[in-house]
Design a protein around this ligand. Structure first.
Ligand code: NAD
Ligand code: UDP
Length: 309
């Protein structure tokens, strides 16, 4: 039985990953300071004999733990959360990632870094291939996250080059599913919560901007494959390549929930990417991975989760 450290393990993707790892018989050490999540997310895991939780900040984490592998997920991920304290977001991405990388280097264990499609910024190439270097504003309201994640990728590559640390980078595209927080402002949770209450869904801008939504079970499968399989050191995109406008998403959610909600238009936030869709050829070839859950099915499961909250 391997012991796995999951930083950010109480967050949306983290809980889904911890559940999967526990199900496979691993011991899971979860480090999370609950900055952008709630203890409710892991209350069903606290008494699990293979689950250990440290409520700590990765900026200060210095427990003398011994584990066999690391997933570094700790970082607020929704624009609302990462813009709450942008300097803290940048520090988490750089100093926090550096702390966790030091642990991987000292224990000589693999580490998987959760990077993001945001490293491509407001992309001028479509779909986004891993070789695309991006179009990122370094002084805008999203920069703390985008530039922080870019710097964390740099750190991963430099630990690999300087110390031979087994670092892996996955660039996660918009993911949704159970354990999303109701109020962290992401589009899927916002729309579902409003639709279930028959309140207006708010579309920022004209709603023609696109995103490509990956169901969390597919994403977790990709994370596990990336962590366990050997591939060259470069980043791999993980996401679903079915692309939708926000208007299409809103209408889909209104239909599936049989909601009486209408749609209201609000101003578009600064630097909001106009389009986003991953090229997932590399993940298909190197990991034998592709998403299996379509948007309708994934939304049904997510809506059920929110109904039962
Ligand atoms: P989330 O906000 O739900 O979870 C992040 C977790 O990290 C939270 O539990 C939070 O409390 C914890 N955290 C934040 N800063 C911390 C710190 N300094 N020390 C300890 N814990 C800290 O977000 P998520 O959607 O689960 O995202 C997980 C990871 O995946 C993040 O690194 C995010 O950047 C990346 N990612 C997510 C998406 C997505 O669509 N969900 C897309 C791209 C990348
Ligand atoms: N968005 C929206 N209404 C909402 C929340 C978000 O129209 O209630 C838009 C947002 O402006 C963006 C897209 O939906 O264009 C995805 O937003 P999210 O914050 O989920 O992800 P990100 O922008 O980080 O991809």
């Amino acid at each position: 039985m391997d012991a796995i450290l999951v930083t950010g393990g109480a967050g949306f993707i983290g809980v889904n990953l911890c559940l999967r790892l526990l199900g496979e018989g691993h011991k899971v050490v979860c480090v999370d300071n609950l900055f952008s999540s709630s203890i409710n997310n892991i209350k069903h895991l606290i008494n699990h004999s293979n689950f250990i939780f440290f409520q700590e900040d990765i900026l200060n984490f210095n427990k003398n733990i011994v584990v066999d592998g690391i997933y570094n997920l700790a970082c607020p991920a929704s624009p609302k959360q990462y813009q709450k304290d942008p300097i803290y977001t940048l520090k988490t991405n750089i100093y926090g990632a550096n702390n966790v990388l030091q642990l991987a280097q000292r224990l000589n264990i693999p580490i998987l870094q959760a990077s993001t499609s945001e490293v491509y910024g407001d992309p001028l190439e479509h779909p986004q291939v891993e070789e695309y270097k991006g179009n990122v504003n370094c002084i805008g309201v999203r920069s703390c996250y985008d530039e922080g994640k870019r710097a964390a990728e740099t750190l991963c590559m430099d630990y690999r080059r300087m110390y031979g640390t087994n670092t892996k980078i996955v660039r996660i595209f918009n993911t949704y599913g159970p354990f999303m927080s109701e109020d962290d402002g992401r589009v899927v949770s916002n729309f579902i919560v409003k639709a279930l209450k028959n309140e207006p869904l708010e579309i920022y801008g004209d709603g023609k901007q696109t995103r490509s939504f990956c169901y969390v079970d597919d994403l977790v499968e990709g994370l596990i494959r990336a962590a366990n399989q050997e591939f060259d050191s470069g980043p791999i995109n993980l996401g679903n390549d079915q692309e939708y406008t926000m208007l299409e998403l809103a209408n889909k959610i209104i239909n599936i929930t049989n909601s009486r909600s209408n749609i209201e238009f609000k101003p578009l936030p600064q630097d909001d990417p106009k389009k986003r869709k991953p090229c997932i050829q590399k993940a298909k070839q190197l990991l034998g991975w592709k998403p299996k859950v379509g948007l309708n099915d994934g939304l049904q499961k997510t809506i059920e989760y929110f109904k039962n909250l």
